[in-house]
Design a protein around this ligand. Structure first.
Ligand code: NAP
Length: 260
């Protein structure tokens, strides 16, 4: 008999669903049966993804979200719950990066990365987490085991890499944020874990792989290859599922062995 993970009846809120990893996470969760809320700023891209998911028999809803705007976060989560029902799974994926030497980083470059990757991710998780906590408190003691928060950090949160120092710092903050949430919210039936992808070919870095520098970097990777967004499918579905109820506060590298 095949091992099966079924997310039917669950609602997943995916930030940064307009491209790259977020779009793939949303499609994968929908294929596993979850209703998915597609959230980010580029609404037209989200609508295209919704059509694709619906074409595959899935259920998706689009919501505009700018994670650097607190009012936008509150409105997006409220709207999502009105349209789709309570959020069971958060994939906290929106993120940005800059490529600069540390001595060249201006305050606005720093804010750009930290406002999205750290402050934005924190307040999205807080807004969803508060609602999960309220559901937990309304349930019979110990019976709420449904909250799943998956923070998309990076192997750059575990290992520093040249010229993306501020990005590395921001993802290290996401790693520790994950542990803090796991510690405070775990006893309420909410599991918070982080995934730390290695290099995956998406919009954030696609331009790089054909440059001289990009080719040199790829040659240094353990298996001389970058990943594809679908390489994280199994991990995301597992962390979103009930079967992962004993996994909380885990920081999971999916980097083809780069960070070891
Ligand atoms: N690709 C990799 O190699 C890699 C490795 C490790 C970790 N990661 C992490 O994985 C996550 C996804 O990255 P990706 O590779 O898929 O890059 P991507 O294709 O550039 O996607 C980034 C996503 O973040 C969203 N976003 C950016 N600023 C936002 C804001 N202010 N409000 C809401 N959404 C915002 C973008 O949506 P809109 O522009 O529509 O708002 C977009 O959907 C990021 O957190 C990244 O740091 C990527």
């Amino acid at each position: 008999m095949a091992y099966n993970i079924d997310l039917s009846g669950r609602i997943a809120f995916v930030t940064g669903a307009s491209s790259g990893l977020g779009a793939q996470f949303a499609r994968t969760l929908a294929r596993a049966g979850a209703g998915v809320v597609l959230a980010s700023r580029r609404i037209e891209k989200l609508k295209e993804l919704r059509a694709r998911i619906e074409g595959e028999g899935g259920d998706a809803h689009v919501v505009e979200l700018d994670v650097t705007d607190h009012d936008s976060i509150k409105a997006a989560v409220a709207h999502a719950e009105t349209e789709m029902g309570s959020i069971d799974i958060l994939v906290n994926n929106s993120g940005v990066s800059t490529t600069q030497r540390l001595q060249d980083v201006a305050p606005e470059d720093y804010d750009y990365v930290f406002d999205t990757n750290v402050k934005g991710a924190f307040f999205v998780a807080q807004e969803v987490g508060k609602r999960m906590l309220a559901r937990s408190q309304g349930a019979a003691p110990g019976s709420f085991t449904g909250g799943r928060i998956i923070n998309v950090a990076s192997m750059a949160g575990l290992k520093v890499l040249p010229q993306i120092g501020v990005y590395c710092m921001s993802k290290a903050a996401v790693v520790h944020m994950t542990r803090a949430m796991a510690m405070e919210w775990g006893r309420f039936g909410i599991n918070t874990n982080a995934v730390c992808p290695g290099y995956i070919d998406t919009e954030i870095n696609h331009h790089h792989w054909n440059t001289e520098q990009g080719k040199k970097l790829m040659a240094m990777l353990p298996r001389k290859r970058v990943g594809q967004p679908q390489d994280l499918d199994a991990l995301i579905v597992m962390l979103a599922s009930d079967q992962s109820h004993f996994i909380n506060g885990a920081i999971i590298a999916a980097d083809d062995g780069f960070a070891v």
